[in-house]
Design a protein around this ligand. Sequence first.
Ligand SMILES: [Ca+2]
Length: 392
Amino acid sequence: MYVAKGNENAAAPYDSWETAAATIEDALRIAPNSTWIHVAAGTYTPAEVLMLTNVVRLAGETGDWKDVVVDAQDKRRVAWIENPDAALESATLTRGYTGGYAAGVHIGGGALRNCRVTACRFHNTGGQIDGNSYSVVANVGGTIEDCLIDNNSGSFMYNGNSFTPTALGLCQTAGLTDSCVVTGNYVYVGANASGIGTGNTGGGIHLIGGTVRNSLVAWNRVNQIHHKVADGRGRSFAGGLYASGGTIINNTFVGNSTTARDGLSVELTYGAVIASGDAVVENNLVADNHETTTEAEIGCVAQGSATFLHNCAKNAAGLPGEGNVETKGEVYRVRGGVVESPASSPCHDAGRNADWMAEATDLYGRPRLFGKRVDIGAAECQAGAGTVIQLR
Ligand SMILES: [Ca+2]
């Protein structure tokens, strides 16, 4: 099945480029199971949420996410992937909007691959909404691979009693996120004079279950103002990731920040990575994240029975678990958009190996395992300190 923007000769079942559907939603509406929907380059403005309820592969034809743009025009969510065997690939999803949940895309099953989710936003003015978790991308059991989730925003302005956990970029309750970049997202949480405030917040990711690996979470911001908390429940604000469960393995968290001001009346916790419940945090690099009011560097915070293994972080010595190392020297560097650790970094060969790494690639598509041990972070240094160059 084919889609070409505005095609004047469109004729169902859209089985050639000549008779291609003029809109993506026309094709989705009649696509039977096991359909590959090829989408020609162009900017599409659907009149409804793109629903992937059948077994369809909806894919930008060029393979470059820049070429197919799906613009929800700030009116509604962009896409909803429900079928466990559906996939949405090689497209930019932009300007999605909701009152809180999945402003960009909901992944109930199936996969989001090689896509960019950008300039989406959610806005909520409060109410009794305990228990939901708000974000731009919501994964409740599918797979997210090779995606860029960037420059999205969310805001809350509460005037009621709420304890809504919030994420800006991604909230995942089950499934897998692999080799993604979550960056430049901004969430504002606030309360007016009678408000009580919000729940635990992650600027980049809120993880409830499943696995996040090989991903970069960088330069996301949480800003909360006039936060009058009176119900005795403490709040945690994580610039990068807040986890109440799940596995966080081989990711890099740099440059994330939190800001807090005014009206604070219970204990607030700030961190770059805050993990509680039975979350496992392993082989992650956490550096150069800050609380902006005091300009203090924030690192990892362990709550509940969360475990921290083989991470490189500022406060490594105080973390519950073995193999954690302090950030020292040139821990990482950014060159040409690539965030990686040099061979001299304490991250080098300091992670703990796992079976999945043998066949896997790192964030940048290179072998995940180089040398005897995996590196800490999303990138694997391919020029080991032990490399011997023979001249003959
Ligand atoms: Ca290595």
